[in-house]
Design a protein around this ligand. Structure first.
Ligand code: ZN
Length: 326
């Protein structure tokens, strides 16, 4: 099939270099230490100056995998240091979006290194639009693989030195199953309809979800010693028996704890989104959504009762808990 005409505008940009993005700070020991702490890296070459002094490096170096961290914008979007480019290396993605390729998924992120960087060095990177592939159809949909390569440099009086690069590839695509208009002649909705993630159902958990569909809250019971357990599992932690059945519980209990999700807002959930840890009266706990309650009215110990609600045109039935008067 001949390529669509608008793609020539995209292709014309391949090979283009986008200007510098500077680091807010020079390579420094506090950031290295914090990064190592967060990532669970305990190599003393990165954090122990006395040890590092005895190595071929003569002092601490930054973990190579930290490379991208030095030139990040920080907490606020597009807040780059003075002198940084305002060009957008992702401009071709915008062009593709305008032609219906609205979805994106990152597929590769490959770091490579020329050498270690040391405290005191000041880094910047430039970005090259490296490649835009031929149109491909994958399980996700039809679209284009777009590859960007960021090259990182250390500023030096005698000429900047390349210290590493990051290849970043995304697949920009039209989803395989676009949402159909509600009725003939309607414009397609601008926002696709998202479904809830489905539970992973196994032989150990199927009874629970079948119960929900039938409007029953079923809890697993060890037939060896009678202990109830939730979430379901293959073996009794008390007597180690593999034999079990299930029992319908009353569906009444109290809020043991709860969280209210505010952000990020992930479709298709409503926000704020209250989630409860429920102490069932039979003595097991269960995590479930809370309904019919304002977020500032949720209380630990509040009495609740289960109800079963259907989502995604009946594909999924979930137990949810609603406060009841004491
Ligand atoms: Zn048991």
């Amino acid at each position: 099939m001949a390529e669509q005409e608008w793609m020539s505008e995209v292709r014309a940009k391949v090979g283009r270099e986008y200007g510098r993005v500077y680091a807010w700070d020079e390579v420094n020991a506090p950031m290295i230490r914090q990064w190592c702490e967060v990532m669970g890296v305990d190599n003393p070459l990165y954090t122990d100056p006395a040890f590092a002094a005895t190595t071929e490096h003569g002092g601490i170096v930054a973990p190579p995998a930290m490379l991208q961290a030095w030139c990040l914008e920080g907490l606020h979007m597009n807040n780059y240091p003075p002198g940084s480019t305002s060009e957008n290396p992702y401009e071709v993605l915008k062009l593709m979006e305008a032609h219906g390729y609205g979805s994106v998924v990152a597929v590769n992120s490959d770091l490579s290194f020329e050498r270690y960087v040391k405290p005191g060095e000041r880094l910047y990177y430039t970005t090259r639009l490296d490649a835009v592939g031929e149109e491909k159809t994958t399980a996700l949909g039809t679209g284009y693989f777009v590859t960007l390569v960021m090259s990182f440099f250390s500023e030096k009086p005698a000429g900047d030195e390349k210290v590493g690069s990051l290849l970043f590839r995304v697949f920009k695509f039209r989803p395989a199953n676009p949402v159909k208009p509600a009725k003939e002649g309607d414009a397609a909705p601008a926002v696709p309809k998202y479904k809830r993630a489905k539970p992973g159902i196994s032989d150990d958990t199927r009874f629970f979800w079948d119960g929900c569909k039938a409007g029953k809250l079923l809890i697993q019971r060890c037939t060896g010693c009678g202990t109830l357990r939730h979430p379901p599992g293959p073996v009794c932690v008390k007597c180690h028996s593999f034999e079990w059945d299930s029992v319908e519980v009353a569906g009444t209990g109290a809020i043991h704890s709860f969280v209210v999700m505010h952000y990020p807002e992930v479709p298709p959930f409503d926000y704020p989104n209250p989630i409860g840890l429920i102490d069932l009266d039979e003595g097991v706990r269960l995590v479930a959504g809370l309904v019919g309650v304002k977020r500032d009215e949720i209380r630990i110990g509040q009495r609740v009762k289960v109800e079963f609600n259907s989502f995604d045109d009946g594909e999924l039935t979930l137990p949810q808990f609603r406060p009841v008067e004491p």
